[in-house]
Design a protein around this ligand. Structure first.
Ligand code: NAD
Ligand code: COI
Length: 333
Protein backbone atom coordinates (compact mmCIF):
# COMPACT_ATOMS: atom_id res chain seq x y z
CA UNK A 1 0.00 0.00 0.00
CA UNK A 2 1.19 3.54 -0.78
CA UNK A 3 2.32 5.65 2.13
CA UNK A 4 -0.17 8.26 3.33
CA UNK A 5 0.79 11.77 2.07
CA UNK A 6 -0.19 15.16 3.49
CA UNK A 7 0.58 18.68 2.31
CA UNK A 8 1.08 21.33 5.02
CA UNK A 9 0.46 24.91 3.87
CA UNK A 10 1.61 28.18 5.52
CA UNK A 11 4.57 26.41 7.12
CA UNK A 12 6.95 28.63 9.10
CA UNK A 13 10.60 27.77 9.82
CA UNK A 14 9.87 27.04 13.48
CA UNK A 15 7.19 24.47 12.61
CA UNK A 16 9.38 22.37 10.29
CA UNK A 17 11.12 20.35 12.99
CA UNK A 18 7.84 19.42 14.68
CA UNK A 19 6.27 18.45 11.34
CA UNK A 20 9.31 16.37 10.44
CA UNK A 21 9.28 14.64 13.85
CA UNK A 22 5.59 13.85 13.55
CA UNK A 23 6.11 12.54 10.03
CA UNK A 24 8.94 10.21 11.12
CA UNK A 25 7.03 8.96 14.15
CA UNK A 26 3.84 8.24 12.20
CA UNK A 27 5.36 6.97 8.96
CA UNK A 28 3.34 9.52 6.97
CA UNK A 29 4.88 11.79 4.32
CA UNK A 30 4.23 15.44 5.14
CA UNK A 31 5.41 17.84 2.45
CA UNK A 32 5.56 21.51 3.33
CA UNK A 33 4.96 24.80 1.57
CA UNK A 34 5.06 28.39 2.78
CA UNK A 35 2.13 29.21 0.48
CA UNK A 36 -1.25 30.09 1.97
CA UNK A 37 -4.10 27.88 0.85
CA UNK A 38 -6.29 29.72 -1.65
CA UNK A 39 -8.28 28.67 -4.72
CA UNK A 40 -5.12 29.54 -6.69
CA UNK A 41 -2.73 27.34 -4.64
CA UNK A 42 -5.16 24.46 -4.01
CA UNK A 43 -3.86 22.49 -7.02
CA UNK A 44 -0.51 22.02 -5.26
CA UNK A 45 -2.31 19.42 -3.13
CA UNK A 46 -3.25 17.15 -6.05
CA UNK A 47 -2.23 13.59 -5.20
CA UNK A 48 -2.20 14.12 -1.42
CA UNK A 49 -4.54 12.41 1.06
CA UNK A 50 -5.05 15.42 3.28
CA UNK A 51 -4.22 19.08 3.89
CA UNK A 52 -3.07 20.91 6.98
CA UNK A 53 -3.02 24.74 7.12
CA UNK A 54 -2.79 27.76 9.42
CA UNK A 55 -3.96 31.22 8.40
CA UNK A 56 -6.30 34.01 9.44
CA UNK A 57 -7.29 34.79 5.85
CA UNK A 58 -10.36 32.96 4.58
CA UNK A 59 -10.46 29.26 3.77
CA UNK A 60 -12.76 29.80 0.79
CA UNK A 61 -15.56 27.71 -0.64
CA UNK A 62 -13.85 27.74 -4.06
CA UNK A 63 -10.73 26.32 -2.46
CA UNK A 64 -12.75 23.47 -0.90
CA UNK A 65 -14.32 22.82 -4.31
CA UNK A 66 -10.89 22.54 -5.92
CA UNK A 67 -9.45 20.17 -3.35
CA UNK A 68 -12.61 18.06 -3.40
CA UNK A 69 -12.24 17.80 -7.18
CA UNK A 70 -8.73 16.46 -6.53
CA UNK A 71 -10.27 13.79 -4.29
CA UNK A 72 -9.25 15.37 -0.96
CA UNK A 73 -11.85 15.17 1.80
CA UNK A 74 -9.73 15.75 4.89
CA UNK A 75 -8.54 19.19 6.04
CA UNK A 76 -6.95 20.17 9.36
CA UNK A 77 -6.41 23.71 10.59
CA UNK A 78 -3.57 24.10 13.08
CA UNK A 79 -5.49 26.68 15.18
CA UNK A 80 -8.18 26.93 17.85
CA UNK A 81 -10.23 29.48 15.94
CA UNK A 82 -12.01 28.37 12.79
CA UNK A 83 -13.94 31.56 12.10
CA UNK A 84 -12.05 31.97 8.81
CA UNK A 85 -13.30 28.60 7.52
CA UNK A 86 -16.23 28.81 5.12
CA UNK A 87 -18.07 25.94 6.82
CA UNK A 88 -20.92 25.91 4.32
CA UNK A 89 -18.35 25.69 1.51
CA UNK A 90 -16.59 22.78 3.22
CA UNK A 91 -19.91 20.99 3.84
CA UNK A 92 -21.14 21.52 0.29
CA UNK A 93 -17.95 19.97 -1.04
CA UNK A 94 -17.95 17.15 1.53
CA UNK A 95 -14.61 18.16 3.03
CA UNK A 96 -14.27 17.34 6.72
CA UNK A 97 -12.39 19.96 8.75
CA UNK A 98 -10.73 19.70 12.16
CA UNK A 99 -9.26 22.33 14.50
CA UNK A 100 -7.00 22.10 17.57
CA UNK A 101 -9.25 23.00 20.49
CA UNK A 102 -6.66 23.36 23.27
CA UNK A 103 -3.02 23.36 22.21
CA UNK A 104 -1.86 25.49 25.16
CA UNK A 105 -4.46 27.80 26.71
CA UNK A 106 -1.85 29.13 29.15
CA UNK A 107 0.21 30.53 26.25
CA UNK A 108 -2.58 32.94 25.35
CA UNK A 109 -3.73 33.55 28.93
CA UNK A 110 -0.22 34.43 30.16
CA UNK A 111 0.26 36.80 27.23
CA UNK A 112 -3.07 38.54 27.82
CA UNK A 113 -2.36 39.11 31.51
CA UNK A 114 1.13 40.36 30.64
CA UNK A 115 -0.41 42.92 28.29
CA UNK A 116 -2.90 43.92 30.99
CA UNK A 117 0.02 44.68 33.30
CA UNK A 118 1.84 46.69 30.62
CA UNK A 119 -1.32 48.72 30.10
CA UNK A 120 -2.11 49.51 33.70
CA UNK A 121 1.55 50.25 34.58
CA UNK A 122 1.59 52.67 31.60
CA UNK A 123 4.68 51.00 30.11
CA UNK A 124 4.31 52.48 26.57
CA UNK A 125 4.28 56.01 28.01
CA UNK A 126 7.42 55.39 30.10
CA UNK A 127 9.13 53.78 27.11
CA UNK A 128 8.42 56.87 25.06
CA UNK A 129 9.91 59.09 27.78
CA UNK A 130 12.93 56.82 28.13
CA UNK A 131 13.66 57.18 24.42
CA UNK A 132 14.07 60.89 25.12
CA UNK A 133 16.13 60.27 28.28
CA UNK A 134 13.24 61.69 30.27
CA UNK A 135 13.28 59.58 33.45
CA UNK A 136 10.51 61.37 35.34
CA UNK A 137 7.56 59.50 36.91
CA UNK A 138 4.86 62.16 36.99
CA UNK A 139 1.61 61.85 35.11
CA UNK A 140 1.57 58.09 34.82
CA UNK A 141 0.76 56.76 38.26
CA UNK A 142 -0.91 53.38 37.89
CA UNK A 143 -3.27 50.88 39.46
CA UNK A 144 -2.70 47.39 40.87
CA UNK A 145 -4.40 44.27 39.58
CA UNK A 146 -4.90 43.26 43.21
CA UNK A 147 -7.31 46.13 43.68
CA UNK A 148 -9.08 45.90 40.35
CA UNK A 149 -12.23 44.12 39.19
CA UNK A 150 -11.47 42.00 36.14
CA UNK A 151 -14.28 41.12 33.72
CA UNK A 152 -13.61 37.89 31.84
CA UNK A 153 -15.81 37.43 28.77
CA UNK A 154 -15.69 33.78 27.68
CA UNK A 155 -14.61 31.26 30.30
CA UNK A 156 -13.57 28.36 28.08
CA UNK A 157 -10.03 27.04 28.02
CA UNK A 158 -8.21 30.38 27.71
CA UNK A 159 -10.63 32.46 29.81
CA UNK A 160 -10.37 29.83 32.54
CA UNK A 161 -6.58 29.96 32.47
CA UNK A 162 -6.60 33.80 32.52
CA UNK A 163 -9.02 33.84 35.48
CA UNK A 164 -6.70 31.52 37.40
CA UNK A 165 -3.77 33.89 36.81
CA UNK A 166 -5.81 36.93 37.90
CA UNK A 167 -6.79 34.98 41.01
CA UNK A 168 -3.08 34.76 41.83
CA UNK A 169 -2.89 38.56 41.77
CA UNK A 170 -5.80 38.75 44.21
CA UNK A 171 -8.13 40.54 41.76
CA UNK A 172 -11.90 40.39 42.06
CA UNK A 173 -13.03 38.40 39.01
CA UNK A 174 -16.40 38.71 37.32
CA UNK A 175 -17.20 36.42 34.42
CA UNK A 176 -19.71 36.19 31.62
CA UNK A 177 -20.23 33.21 29.34
CA UNK A 178 -23.23 31.86 27.49
CA UNK A 179 -22.46 28.58 29.32
CA UNK A 180 -21.19 28.72 32.90
CA UNK A 181 -18.37 26.48 34.06
CA UNK A 182 -19.33 25.28 37.57
CA UNK A 183 -15.70 24.42 38.36
CA UNK A 184 -14.72 28.04 37.82
CA UNK A 185 -17.32 29.37 40.26
CA UNK A 186 -14.75 28.80 43.03
CA UNK A 187 -12.70 31.73 41.72
CA UNK A 188 -15.06 33.89 39.63
CA UNK A 189 -18.47 35.40 40.15
CA UNK A 190 -20.62 34.81 37.09
CA UNK A 191 -22.87 37.70 36.14
CA UNK A 192 -26.19 37.26 34.33
CA UNK A 193 -25.56 39.60 31.44
CA UNK A 194 -22.60 40.93 29.53
CA UNK A 195 -23.81 44.44 30.42
CA UNK A 196 -22.97 43.69 34.08
CA UNK A 197 -19.34 43.17 33.01
CA UNK A 198 -19.38 46.45 31.09
CA UNK A 199 -20.79 48.32 34.11
CA UNK A 200 -18.60 46.81 36.83
CA UNK A 201 -15.20 45.82 35.45
CA UNK A 202 -12.06 47.95 35.68
CA UNK A 203 -10.41 45.75 33.05
CA UNK A 204 -12.23 43.64 30.48
CA UNK A 205 -10.51 40.68 28.88
CA UNK A 206 -12.03 38.95 25.83
CA UNK A 207 -11.83 35.17 25.39
CA UNK A 208 -14.89 34.31 23.29
CA UNK A 209 -14.85 32.84 19.77
CA UNK A 210 -15.80 35.01 16.80
CA UNK A 211 -19.39 34.19 15.90
CA UNK A 212 -22.06 35.96 13.88
CA UNK A 213 -24.01 36.40 17.11
CA UNK A 214 -21.24 38.30 18.91
CA UNK A 215 -19.92 40.39 16.01
CA UNK A 216 -18.84 43.76 17.48
CA UNK A 217 -19.89 42.79 20.99
CA UNK A 218 -17.82 45.80 22.05
CA UNK A 219 -19.63 48.59 20.21
CA UNK A 220 -20.58 52.17 21.10
CA UNK A 221 -23.45 50.98 23.30
CA UNK A 222 -21.10 48.70 25.23
CA UNK A 223 -18.46 51.43 25.60
CA UNK A 224 -21.11 53.86 26.90
CA UNK A 225 -21.96 51.41 29.69
CA UNK A 226 -18.32 50.94 30.77
CA UNK A 227 -16.67 52.50 33.81
CA UNK A 228 -14.62 55.64 33.33
CA UNK A 229 -10.96 54.67 32.85
CA UNK A 230 -11.63 51.03 31.93
CA UNK A 231 -8.93 48.92 30.24
CA UNK A 232 -9.60 46.41 27.46
CA UNK A 233 -7.54 43.38 26.41
CA UNK A 234 -8.37 41.41 23.26
CA UNK A 235 -6.39 38.27 22.47
CA UNK A 236 -9.49 36.53 21.06
CA UNK A 237 -10.67 37.81 17.69
CA UNK A 238 -10.71 41.25 16.06
CA UNK A 239 -14.35 41.06 15.03
CA UNK A 240 -15.42 41.17 18.68
CA UNK A 241 -14.54 44.89 18.76
CA UNK A 242 -15.91 47.70 16.64
CA UNK A 243 -12.59 49.51 16.36
CA UNK A 244 -14.15 52.94 15.65
CA UNK A 245 -16.12 52.64 18.93
CA UNK A 246 -12.92 51.70 20.77
CA UNK A 247 -11.08 54.71 19.33
CA UNK A 248 -13.97 57.03 20.24
CA UNK A 249 -13.91 55.60 23.78
CA UNK A 250 -10.17 56.24 24.05
CA UNK A 251 -10.51 59.76 22.64
CA UNK A 252 -13.22 60.65 25.14
CA UNK A 253 -11.19 59.24 28.06
CA UNK A 254 -13.84 56.61 28.85
CA UNK A 255 -11.32 53.88 27.96
CA UNK A 256 -7.85 54.37 29.48
CA UNK A 257 -6.07 51.84 27.29
CA UNK A 258 -6.40 48.77 25.13
CA UNK A 259 -4.15 45.85 24.25
CA UNK A 260 -5.01 44.26 20.92
CA UNK A 261 -3.39 41.04 19.75
CA UNK A 262 -6.10 40.68 17.14
CA UNK A 263 -7.67 43.23 14.85
CA UNK A 264 -10.53 42.93 12.39
CA UNK A 265 -8.42 43.96 9.40
CA UNK A 266 -5.35 41.95 10.41
CA UNK A 267 -5.27 39.18 7.76
CA UNK A 268 -3.32 41.22 5.23
CA UNK A 269 -0.80 42.49 7.77
CA UNK A 270 -0.19 40.31 10.83
CA UNK A 271 2.39 37.57 10.25
CA UNK A 272 3.63 39.39 7.11
CA UNK A 273 6.47 41.89 6.72
CA UNK A 274 5.41 45.41 5.77
CA UNK A 275 8.89 46.83 6.17
CA UNK A 276 9.28 49.85 3.82
CA UNK A 277 5.72 49.42 2.57
CA UNK A 278 2.83 51.83 3.08
CA UNK A 279 0.06 50.48 5.32
CA UNK A 280 -3.15 51.03 3.41
CA UNK A 281 -5.49 50.72 6.38
CA UNK A 282 -5.91 54.11 8.13
CA UNK A 283 -7.43 52.51 11.23
CA UNK A 284 -4.46 50.19 11.69
CA UNK A 285 -2.15 53.18 11.19
CA UNK A 286 -4.06 55.02 13.93
CA UNK A 287 -3.90 52.02 16.30
CA UNK A 288 -0.14 51.71 15.78
CA UNK A 289 0.47 55.39 16.39
CA UNK A 290 -1.10 55.62 19.86
CA UNK A 291 0.49 55.19 23.27
CA UNK A 292 -2.82 54.18 24.86
CA UNK A 293 -3.02 51.13 22.61
CA UNK A 294 -0.62 48.22 22.56
CA UNK A 295 -0.86 46.33 19.27
CA UNK A 296 0.79 42.94 18.81
CA UNK A 297 0.59 40.93 15.57
CA UNK A 298 -1.46 37.92 16.79
CA UNK A 299 1.36 36.36 18.79
CA UNK A 300 -0.35 35.33 22.02
CA UNK A 301 -0.20 31.69 20.87
CA UNK A 302 3.45 31.80 19.82
CA UNK A 303 5.31 29.54 22.27
CA UNK A 304 7.33 26.36 21.69
CA UNK A 305 4.80 24.29 23.62
CA UNK A 306 1.86 25.67 21.65
CA UNK A 307 3.46 25.33 18.22
CA UNK A 308 4.49 21.72 18.85
CA UNK A 309 0.97 20.87 20.02
CA UNK A 310 -0.64 22.70 17.08
CA UNK A 311 1.40 20.59 14.69
CA UNK A 312 0.99 17.26 16.52
CA UNK A 313 -2.71 17.52 17.29
CA UNK A 314 -3.68 18.81 13.83
CA UNK A 315 -1.73 16.06 12.08
CA UNK A 316 -3.13 13.41 14.46
CA UNK A 317 -6.64 14.60 13.59
CA UNK A 318 -5.87 14.63 9.88
CA UNK A 319 -4.56 11.07 10.02
CA UNK A 320 -7.64 10.01 11.97
CA UNK A 321 -9.89 11.66 9.36
CA UNK A 322 -8.13 9.96 6.47
CA UNK A 323 -8.07 6.54 8.17
CA UNK A 324 -11.54 6.48 9.75
CA UNK A 325 -13.53 9.26 8.06
CA UNK A 326 -14.06 11.08 11.35
CA UNK A 327 -12.24 12.83 14.21
CA UNK A 328 -13.27 14.16 17.62
CA UNK A 329 -11.88 17.54 16.52
CA UNK A 330 -14.22 18.02 13.55
CA UNK A 331 -15.63 21.58 13.53
CA UNK A 332 -19.02 20.64 12.11
CA UNK A 333 -21.13 17.51 12.06
P1 NAD B 1 -13.11 27.84 24.07
O1 NAD B 1 -14.06 27.30 23.05
O2 NAD B 1 -12.43 26.89 24.98
O3 NAD B 1 -13.87 28.92 24.97
C1 NAD B 1 -14.67 29.93 24.43
C2 NAD B 1 -15.75 30.26 25.45
O4 NAD B 1 -16.47 31.40 24.98
C3 NAD B 1 -16.76 29.14 25.65
O5 NAD B 1 -16.90 28.85 27.03
C4 NAD B 1 -18.04 29.69 25.05
O6 NAD B 1 -19.22 29.24 25.72
C5 NAD B 1 -17.83 31.17 25.28
N1 NAD B 1 -18.67 32.02 24.46
C6 NAD B 1 -19.19 31.80 23.21
N2 NAD B 1 -19.90 32.86 22.81
C7 NAD B 1 -19.83 33.78 23.80
C8 NAD B 1 -20.37 35.07 23.98
N3 NAD B 1 -21.12 35.65 23.03
N4 NAD B 1 -20.14 35.73 25.13
C9 NAD B 1 -19.37 35.15 26.09
N5 NAD B 1 -18.84 33.92 26.00
C10 NAD B 1 -19.06 33.25 24.86
O7 NAD B 1 -12.06 28.72 23.26
P2 NAD B 1 -10.62 29.19 23.75
O8 NAD B 1 -9.63 28.17 23.36
O9 NAD B 1 -10.71 29.60 25.17
O10 NAD B 1 -10.40 30.45 22.79
C11 NAD B 1 -10.90 31.74 23.13
C12 NAD B 1 -10.59 32.74 22.03
O11 NAD B 1 -9.18 32.89 21.86
C13 NAD B 1 -11.11 32.34 20.64
O12 NAD B 1 -11.59 33.51 20.01
C14 NAD B 1 -9.87 31.88 19.90
O13 NAD B 1 -10.00 31.99 18.52
C15 NAD B 1 -8.85 32.85 20.47
N6 NAD B 1 -7.45 32.46 20.34
C16 NAD B 1 -6.51 33.43 20.12
C17 NAD B 1 -5.17 33.10 20.03
C18 NAD B 1 -4.12 34.14 19.82
O14 NAD B 1 -2.97 33.79 19.50
N7 NAD B 1 -4.40 35.41 19.99
C19 NAD B 1 -4.79 31.77 20.15
C20 NAD B 1 -5.76 30.80 20.39
C21 NAD B 1 -7.10 31.16 20.50
C1 COI C 1 -5.85 30.30 17.12
O1 COI C 1 -5.28 29.22 17.32
O2 COI C 1 -7.09 30.41 17.10
C2 COI C 1 -5.05 31.50 16.90
O3 COI C 1 -5.60 32.58 17.02
C3 COI C 1 -3.63 31.37 16.50
C4 COI C 1 -3.35 31.93 15.15
C5 COI C 1 -1.98 31.55 14.69
C6 COI C 1 -4.39 31.58 14.11
Amino acid sequence: MNKMKFLAYNVREDERIYIQNWSNKNNVIVDMTEEAITPETADLAKGYNGICALQTSEYKSDMFKKIANSGIQSFAVRSVGFDSVDIEGAKKNKVKVTNVPGYSPSAIAEFSVGKALELIRRVPYFEQRMEEQDFRWNGYISKELKHMTIGVIGTGRIGHSAATIYQGFGSKILAYDVYRNPELEKIVTYVDSIEDIFKEADLITLHAPALESNYHMIDKKAVDLMKQGVYLVNTARGSLIETEALLAGLNSGKIAGAALDTYEGEAEYFSHSWVNKQIKDPILTELLSRKDIIVTPHIAFYTEQAVENMVDISLDSLKELVETGSSKNEIYS
